[in-house]
Design a protein around this ligand. Structure first.
Ligand SMILES: Cc1cc2nc3c(=O)[nH]c(=O)nc-3n(C[C@H](O)[C@H](O)[C@H](O)COP(=O)(O)OP(=O)(O)OC[C@H]3O[C@@H](n4cnc5c(N)ncnc54)[C@H](O)[C@@H]3O)c2cc1C
Length: 458
């Protein structure tokens, strides 16, 4: 069947609004940090689960491969699509169907952005705790498919902990409606986990039931510096004793120096220290929370753990301090092209790992620039690595250096972004053989022809 015939059949299912072709396809980048044009002949935009199912059934009959798109903010190439694959985008499925303050859940279509969900539930005094810098574009479906983490995992967990139910379409078009709304439900297999974190390889997520929490009444943020890694870990230990702790975000000097000198007013404390940390608390008793947070900071000062600190006293200042930590656009501007890592490593070894990775990088490349930061409270750090103008061509070698260091410390090659297409060659080295066997069996049971996200994971 020609592309034209295929597009015509798809058009009959989803209508004209549901089909994009030509420049509307090629002008879309499949990567948030660099231009990776979609090469597909068509982007299909169904408006309901039923339409998704019909499109997928048609593709299954024809042996047509599909790449699923959410907000295309994924940073491991999971949304890259070749000329032999069609793209199925959830962008028209963005209804918030229900927000229930009593049961503290929301029922949404998969194309809803995280920010839209957060804003909608805020009107009911509720909060969806998954919080990413990409929240304006990242979708509920994409965050479920990647089991996204973000800034508040140490308090409320990853996406997996915040999803109660999922509806998905399997590779043959079967609709699996596992829209559980109950916190406790052990009735057979909990099928939502088949779709959470499996990067769109086992089904296309169309709807979800997510958990909400009461909207916090207080938010306190401090930006501090510490002299060295020992002080950093001592501060983390102290911070963990705060029941209201909601974020512990660390910036190494390579990151902070870059952001602080960017001329964007992001220099809350003087550079020249060993590490910089944004600490946030969220609670339900503003006066008491403020007092507890200030006591924590004072004690850390008096114990000689903190060198310098500023505390935000208005919403604007809170946003300004978060902007220091969320300097992705500065990295893009100053360090492109770069390879980005989101590794997980035991907090006790993070510093040694970072040194080792840089050692391997400098031994292999003449020019090495890095920016290191991340969610240290959850063992997760990000490193952006630039090794010169041909960094993209050298990506695999850069990854080899970093992952070689990681192996020494038994870390994970991805903490939250997933394997996607860019890290797939490393997956077998970082999974046990039995785990690979089970993953392959699971995938071939649900999608024997690998029609969904064919080049993702393995
Ligand atoms: C500035 C910035 C900051 C970020 N910060 C974080 C962070 O703190 N924590 C974090 O975890 N990630 C972060 N990310 C990465 C990214 O936002 C997440 O991976 C997010 O979950 C991707 O959602 P998306 O809707 O954009 O999905 P996409 O990028 O469109 O897709 C990602 C993968 O999921 C699949 N997929 C998408 N939708 C569906 C669906 N409905 N059903 C099945 N499969 C689907 C795709 O095929 C692809 O493989 C960040 C990205 C940027 C650009």
């Amino acid at each position: 069947m020609t592309d034209t015939d295929l597009i015509q059949q798809i058009r009959e299912i989803v209508g004209d609004r549901g089909v994009l072709i030509g420049d509307d396809v090629s002008s879309r980048s499949c990567d948030p940090f660099r231009q990776v044009p979609a090469e597909s002949p068509v982007i299909v935009r169904p408006a309901s689960t039923e339409e998704v199912s019909q499109v997928v059934t048609l593709c299954h009959r024809l042996g047509q491969r599909i790449v699923t798109h959410g907000g295309r903010t994924g940073v491991s190439g999971g949304a890259y699509a070749s000329s032999t694959e069609i793209i199925l985008s959830l962008e028209r499925m963005h209804r918030i169907e229900e927000i229930c303050p009593t049961t503290q859940l929301a029922v949404v279509e998969a194309g809803v952005t995280i920010e839209a969900l957060q804003n909608a539930v805020a009107e009911h005094g509720l909060f969806y705790p998954i919080d990413l810098n990409s929240k304006g574009t990242a979708t509920v479906g994409g965050t479920i498919a990647t089991n996204a983490g973000g800034n508040r995992v140490l308090r409320w967990g990853m996406t997996r902990q915040n999803v109660l139910g999922v509806e998905a379409v399997l590779a043959d078009g079967t609709v699996v409606s596992a829209m559980n709304r109950l916190i406790k439900n052990n009735t057979g297999y909990d099928l939502k986990h088949v779709f959470i974190g499996t990067e769109g390889t086992l089904g296309i997520i169309t709807r979800a039931v997510v958990r909400l929490v009461p909207a916090p009444a207080s938010q306190t943020v401090a930006f501090v510096s510490v002299a060295d890694n020992d002080a950093l870990l001592a501060l983390l230990l102290r911070a963990r004793r705060l029941s209201i702790l909601s974020a512990f975000e660390v910036m190494w000097p390579d990151y902070y120096d870059l952001v602080a000198s960017s001329g964007t007013d992001r220099r809350p404390v003087e550079p020249g220290q060993g590490a910089y940390i944004l600490i946030e608390s969220m609670g339900y008793n503003p006066e008491l929370d403020q007092q507890v947070f200030e006591e924590f900071l004072t004690e850390a000062f008096e114990a000689g753990v903190i060198v310098d600190a500023v505390t935000a006293s208005s919403n604007k200042q809170i946003a300004d301090l978060w902007r220091v930590r969320e300097g992705a656009e500065i990295i893009v501007k100053e360090m492109s092209p770069f390879v980005s890592f989101d590794i997980s490593v035991d907090v006790r070894h993070v510093d040694a790992f970072v040194d080792r990775a840089k050692q391997f990088l400098t031994a292999n490349f003449e020019t090495v620039r890095t920016a290191t930061f991340g969610h240290l409270g959850d063992n997760n750090i990000h490193i952006a690595v630039h090794v010169g103008p041909d960094t993209t061509a050298q990506e695999a070698e850069v990854e080899r250096c970093v992952f070689r260091a990681l192996r020494e410390f038994e870390g994970a090659i991805t903490a939250e972004h997933g394997i996607g297409q860019t890290k797939r060659e490393f997956l077998p080295e970082h999974k046990q053989p039995g785990e690979m066997v089970m993953m392959r069996r699971l995938r071939s049971a649900l999608d024997p022809d690998k029609l969904l996200n064919h080049d993702v994971l393995f």
